[in-house]
Design a protein. Sequence first.
Length: 724
Amino acid sequence: MTDAEVRASGRTDVEALEEVLAEVTRDTAASVGALYLTDPDEDVLWLALVSGGTSHLLDPWVRVPLDSPFPVAQALRENTMVWVPDQQDMARRYPVLGMVMPYDAMLAAVPVHGEEAWGVLALLLPTNDEGALGPEEAQALRAGCRRAARVLDERRASGAAPVRAGDRPRVVTPLPREDPPAPFVARAAYDLVQRLPIGFCTLDRDGRVTYVNPTAEQMLEIDADAVLGQRPQAVLPWLGDPVFESHYRAAVVTRRTVGFTRPSPEGHSLAFMLFAHENGVGIRITDAGVNQALSDVMPVRHPRASDIQPAALYHLTHVAALLAEATSTLDIVRLVREQVTPAFGPDSFVLAQASEGRLTVLGSGGLDEARDALHEGMPQAVVGPAAEALADHRQRFHTALEEPAERTPSSRPARDPMTAWAVLPLITDSREVGCLVLGYRELRPFPVAERTLLTSLAGVIGLALDRTLTTDTEHRLALDLQSVLLPRRLPVVPGLALAARYLPTTRGSGVGGDFYDVIHQEDDVGAAVAVGDVQGHDTEAAALMGQVRTAVRAIAGAPPGEVLGRTNRLLLTLDAERFTSCLYAHIDPVAHQVRLANAGHVPPLLRRPDGRTGAVDVPPGLVLGIDGGFAYSTTTLDFPAGSVLALYTDGLVEKPDTMIDDSVGDLARTLAEADVTDLDAAAETLLRHAYDSGPRYDDIALLLIRAEDRPTARPGAAGVRRTP
């Protein structure tokens, strides 16, 4: 139907889009057609219309974020057609999609782009020998996208509101590719099927029963009238496992005959053959013994033990969920060793990173030759199949893998060859991240279903490894940056003994903005000390920490409240959009006094010479970086010989399900019981208490200062330790 005919018919815009999708699905012989539209309020594509197949087939993708790694989102972002020619290419490029829909099919996603980007028209098609759309099918798809764009352009021009998402996508009835039979032909076919000694039933696109012949009623022991409109799994509980649903969907998507055998509760083994067509699925039911003779003259795909089974998909989903939580390459290696090896059966594995033309082994396991399969640090050109797989982004499956002699370095030790290998490139966004090599002792044919499963596995590992490699790089960079910015050693301050500790978090990039400093000039009596915490755990936090520490050093010598006030105003000029807490103090060992100012930091602890210990009551003030006009007050307290002042960041006291005041109180009691004659030992005691009392997810900076009997040039314990 042309656009003019649509308008003349009085159809609504949505009905016109339904007509477009139905015609495109018919003219391309697609198993499933789908129209996604953009949302005016969110950065998502929502599934508006679906034609062919079960309406629940696309349930995981009813809403697709525009920045997600899915074909429809990519087609819209890049304003180009996305074509996936087969199941293995799907698993390689879109591992999550390949994992949830492991069927041998082609996929096309084409943007619907008129006066603006309206959405995407997507098709699932049975595979063909060419792995491509024919000229007529391609033309029908492009024409359908143009027609859909015109409908949506005209809707906007008319001032109508955008088409809004519904609770469920609208199901479009597919158009028949052939004219319906004459009534007398249909009657003859019905009479024949009714009399055949073979069971037949039909299901609609949603998998609901529409017809059952008498033989099927007897074989399944059901009443046809009672089961119409229901799904077979609901009527026959012994068909209720995920295997039947998987076979049904495979038949719908691939349009191939699918066969499988199931024992009934009465002990009979029944053979089912599924035949998909535009309007649903026909099922032939026979005794398993009779089925073999019929199969000899009818092409059928029987699931094999090596086909993807629900248990295997569960393992893959489980591994993908664990990989999503991995925070380092060590986590990835551990998951490959502990999860992939037991679930997918390799006897050995090698996980390698690709960088600057070389492969570097990150981890290996299994037989001794696993590590030898890839030579650490060697150019990709000499590691054979792994280099080839990375070069063309295609997996390699080998039996009795042998490398040409000219590729093998003479220094390479002899090894017993594995019988079978899977060489899986780890690719993200067309970029080589690394390679996973799985070795098997026994001969392994690697059927298509298993290759798809392993390719999907490589896809999710590649995504996780790319993320953790970036995190590891940021971690090392931030560690180096923070190591430069923190003091390498504490100064010698007459009359004071000093000890410091810094421990980065083990989560995320592993470092952040915690800092400490001791500032002492040769002609100064006493020293200024500071402990602070910049918001965040990344290189930006570490860099800002360096700026704050530098500012405090530059202003040190002024009254503590003024130091924080000027630092606060400077921080606002940096426009960092991050907050910083800071505790600054000047310690005078001659006058035995400490003057303190606080910008939103946890309170310091003071242990008096008689052992009494508690938090110092210092007005907290605002954190730095909020209000440039805020005035910070200065607090003065006595600091007689034998007193110990503890400055620290909140990582030392914060723990889940515990009030901060309670944690500070616990820390004060630990300090009261510690041996403060050795500040290094006392610092270790406080850290040990923190980690013994619960998990810690933040950096820790700790600075201990003890007042000596009299100010002398003798240095105190000047311990500075950083624990990675």
